[in-house]
Write a new protein. Sequence first.
Length: 558
Amino acid sequence: MTELLTSAQMRAIETAAIASGDVTGLELMERAGRGVVAAILKEWPELATAPHRAVVLCGPGNNGGDGFVVARLLKECGWEVALFLYGDANKLPTDARVNYERWLPLGDVAILTMPQPDGAELKALDRATRVSGTDTGPALIVDAMFGTGLIRPISSLAQMLDTVQIDEPTSDPRSPYVVAIDIPSGVCTDSGKALGGGAGTAVGAHLTVAFHRAKHGHHLGMGPARAGRLRVADIGLATRETQRARARKALCELHGTDPIHPVQLRAHRLLEIDRFGALAPDLWKQSGHKYAHGHALILSGGAGHGGAARMAARGALRIGAGLVTVGCPPEALAENAAQLTAIMLREVADAGVFRELLSDERLNALCLGPGLGNGAAQHALILAALETKRACVLDADALSILFFDEADALFGQLHDKVVLTPHAGEFARLFSDIAEKLNAPATKGPAYSKVDATRAAAKRAGCTVLFKGPDTVIAAPDGRCAINSAQYERAAPWLATAGAGDVLAGFITGLLARGFEPMQAAETAAWLHVECALKFGPGLIAEDLPEQLPAVFRDLGL
């Protein structure tokens, strides 16, 4: 896993590094600019073959200072560079001002007046970026207007974007490549929301170059769609141990308390192989009989409603549970028996029978919800499961039953071995006030994020919450949090198919049976879920997901 940072954490790390004397702010700015140019030439090697034209849009802060460095480096390579400064050069921060002055001997600076550029300034910007006739326009537009420090919407940003036409980058070969420094201007670094209410206004880029670590907003909300492709440039900050200690000290001084757990990103294959390699001797390669690998029990609905539970059961079995049993009402026995082989089957007529079944302590992981149905009988089944305090996944119908439980008899029974797996609609029903805060327009930054919302939900419920989506967020009640990002090179839009969530619930249940603790089971299952989708490719249906696990495990060296 890799660590994601908030804007405050990144500032704390930089501040601590500068205060230590290891590096100066000016050196960091130079490294950032060089990192951007290197990323551009790596992404589009054809731009290294001959000088081209570029337009660099610099803002009034240190993001603009990075832009001045990029402009200078391109100019030194023979490029023709048009540079625009949104703001007053005399008010630039110290390091940005130094790089502004380093640029002046190389070229002009066209001013875009804050807060509102006038017509002549916008016409100059339009001429610099125009594509007409035989004029192919610039090869590159660099967005260095507002980076991770932006906390308020910029009213004139929409007008500038309309002028430059980088709101939605096109694939037209005559159109320039758009590169954002830090994060596309207008996107909240911590939430991925566009600042300004509603859809807001934000730059759309083909490539975004972040520094040191990716930020929450690169993987949440509309951040990935606006960022295009994401690259993280190393700017030579301290080792992980040193920077964590320094950042923790800086944040403690800032807030007066210990900072919350860092957010982890499950997205890097090589790091995941290391993680699985560490787990394999204990959890995948251990010897012993089938009960040593756990026994998962998945409850099914009535006749004609067993498909979801069967898919969950298949997922639990494929991911490594030693035994998997489907429990169903008497009228569904024949249907399930006709379609289950390696998965065992038990009749569960009511909560009383279920309690008798649970007297077998070898049943160490439960899953309720997929196709279960809604009603008093199902409410009693969920209550019986929670009362055992065993590892338990509540999905689909079980989440609806939690919502409709006006007496909160079930919510009060949730415990630290439970995993809730809501999608956005289910989350909004279960945690309406949290969802309302999450879905409110982002009028200022840092805006309330999906990370904030999932952490708050997990703390309230007292259990692990997996909030589904391409930006799946998993949080434990103690504040631990991870993002499973199915975006950028891991995008798998075909995963949005009926039953995929049931398989995910089964994956989590199977890992719980194997002995994973709930947060770890949810993280790992979500990551494997995406890997299976990527392994299969377009055309995927939910039933295909468990069958990809053996190939994924082989790739991981298990």
